[in-house]
Design a protein around this ligand. Structure first.
Ligand code: BGC
Length: 334
């Protein structure tokens, strides 16, 4: 009886409420346009099952590591991590394994050998090579789906003269997108001359500065600007507008591709600001990096992991017991 009374008292104190778990959502850098949008999508996809606290790593692995230590010490059941340096997550995984904390990594993919260190570590992302193949398809469409090329071969030499804006060095997306977009075009029979590759860290302002430099060196020789993401593509467009590569002659805020001066720029991500630029005729095309579906996959997986349920119950396909891959989609206004 005494035992029952205590139990009743304990329930009354708790107001019979079930305690919710708090889970940190560690973002590598909230200044990153794509991650800023992605974070909102994850927060929106979340239901009431747990509390999700966003933590900004400010592009510093040192800061993020300190945060991770803090959350592990607070005994959270799960860490959702967008790592600053995807190549140095070894120590994070080791610590989490020791304390039994589960991990979902996303967007910045750890090395396979690090993923193999611990059973309760997962990755939600997209296959970078796929985004590059779709971006190459957009470029092929631009040139009339014909390796002999069309009027967009400005100097009529049968070769695509391209410049590439590359994202952060070492990021799986920057490396694969840069390589595979060119490989795909070559495999399809196109001849490509990459005039230059400029690293602009996935950032709009850096993209603009990089494009200023590319124009200074290669100017009118550039036939297409291939950007690893939309933010850099829009930075490039700003630079190209300033230098007369886009001229909105009738000043209606849009580029009419049949009568006004323009140059093809292609991006990846499909963020809202990029879609507006596609509608306005400035951005030629982009590839949708589906953060909405990734956000839903992360939240669903988090719920299963927190409740100790089997991940095979997931409504998304899980590959090798650890990976959830979300497909990219092509976007142009052709
Ligand atoms: C996106 C970039 C973003 C990066 C952050 C990539 O998948 O395409 O826009 O900066 O992820 O890690």
């Amino acid at each position: 009886m005494r035992k029952f009374g205590c139990l009743l008292f304990a329930f009354m104190l708790m107001g019979c409420e079930v305690k919710k778990f708090e889970v940190p959502l560690l973002i590598y850098d909230m200044q990153d346009a794509y991650m800023f949008d992605f974070e909102q999508k994850i927060q929106q996809a979340k239901d009431d099952a747990f509390i999700l606290t966003t933590v900004d790593g400010q592009n510093s692995q040192i800061i993020q590591n300190e945060d991770i230590d803090k959350w592990i010490n607070a005994k959270v059941p799960l860490l959702i991590i967008n790592p600053v340096d995807r190549l140095s997550v070894y120590s994070i995984i080791e610590k989490a394994k020791k304390s039994g904390t589960k991990i979902i990594f996303f967007n910045r993919e750890p090395l396979a050998q690090d993923m193999a260190l611990y059973d309760s570590v997962y990755y939600v992302g997209a296959d970078a090579a796929e985004s590059a193949r779709i971006q190459a398809e957009i470029i092929m469409e631009l040139f009339g789906n014909d390796p002999q090329l069309n009027k967009f071969d400005k100097n009529s030499d049968g070769i695509i003269q391209a410049v590439i804006l590359k994202g952060e060095q070492g990021h799986q997306d920057a490396e694969a997108r840069t390589k595979v977009v060119v490989e795909t075009l070559i495999q399809a029979g196109y001849i490509v001359e990459v005039l230059d590759i400029s690293i602009a860290n996935f950032d709009r302002q850096t993209g603009k500065t990089a494009m200023d430099g590319l124009i200074a060196t290669h100017g009118q020789n550039i036939e297409v600007v291939i950007s690893n993401n939309d933010a850099m593509a829009l930075g490039a467009i700003e630079s190209l507008m300033e230098k007369g590569y886009f001229i909105d002659t009738d000043k209606n805020g849009k580029i009419d591709r049949d009568s006004e001066v323009w140059i093809p720029v292609v991006g990846i991500d499909g963020l809202d600001f990029a879609m507006e630029q596609i509608d306005a005729g400035y951005l030629y095309g982009t590839v949708f990096n589906d953060s909405q579906n990734m956000a839903e996959a992360i939240v669903e997986l988090a719920n299963l992991l927190i409740n100790g349920e089997d991940v095979s119950n997931l409504s998304f396909t899980i590959t090798n017991g650890k990976y959830i891959w979300i497909s990219y989609k092509k976007i142009t206004n052709q």
